[in-house]
Design a protein around this ligand. Sequence first.
Ligand code: COA
Length: 333
Amino acid sequence: MSRAAVVAGIGSCLPPRAVSNAELSARLDTTDEWIRTRTGIARRWHSDAGMATSDLAVGAGANALKSANESIVDTVIVATTTPDRPCPGTAPLVASKLGMTGAAAFDVGAVCTGFLYGLATGAGLIATGSADRVLVIGAETFSSILDPADRSTSVIFGDGAGAVVLRAGEASEDGAIGHCDLGSDGAGQDLITVRAGGSAQRLSGVAPEPGDAYFAMAGKEVFWRAVQRMAESCRGVLNVTGTRIDEIDWLVGHQANQRILDRLADDLGVPRDRCVTNLAEVGNTAAASIPLALDHAHVAGTLRAGDRVLLTAFGGGLTWGSTVLTWPALKRG
Ligand code: COA
């Protein structure tokens, strides 16, 4: 018997305001038709003034704790690209707001791959006995860093949060987190970036351009790298775990763009109707994307206990990662 982290609960949270393609088309040079056909997105969600990433993280975390029948954990990990402040991390505040002052709490920054990096980290803490229960949250308020004049990013990204509770268990149990394939390529840091605000810009002696405080993405260059890296990473984790692709019931890819998800499915040989997708309803929520998709599929009854699920993500860094697990029986958050 070997000790492993096991998924014990799941939850999510969306902010209050749905932003339709029609609303964006009214202020940007774009159309509902372009957005639907080129991205697959129909709406995304924006936070209200006065909200922050911690609010969505607390909402998702509370739902995941409820689903796991837990009120406290040892460690809270928040994966985010949009922390409440550059310093300190958001996780300690989230832990406090959830009534867990004293718990270990830290942020993970791996952009759209952040949740899988956080999951691997939390699972490692449990496997080594450093923690018995870990709350892993992916939370974003991307609306706070989007350039309102940039049609190529404004139509894609949205706010949201998703979370899982991990508990100590056995590697043979449903929900056990095993091998995680993780990778990066820092040479691609300019492809998905916020140029201003970090030490490189502050110490450059050069004042930032007005647009440098906003999120920027080289969409076309990112597109093919996303398909290629996620496919390679999936093959890596399938290989290490001895899993055949035809044993996978559901592919849960980072919800970046429907065309990326379709190409990925085709490349791996997974039927497109075996891909979990909530992209149309929430857009690309970066670090929140995978746990949000999992929770929505869980609540919809799409994911059933015993299903083999392949998770994969790609994002800024560049970063990528994948893991495979057997979906456990979970309560709703
Ligand atoms: N509405 C209308 N036209 C738009 C548009 C919009 N919202 N956004 C871009 N366009 C235009 C471009 O300006 C370009 O016009 P041009 O040919 O006159 O220069 C044209 O559409 C095609 O642009 P292109 O970048 O080739 O579009 P695309 O089909 O690649 O779609 C993205 C753009 C951003 C949707 C797509 O590249 C993408 O999803 N990239 C990856 C995102 C991703 O994976 N992120 C993961 C990490 S977070």
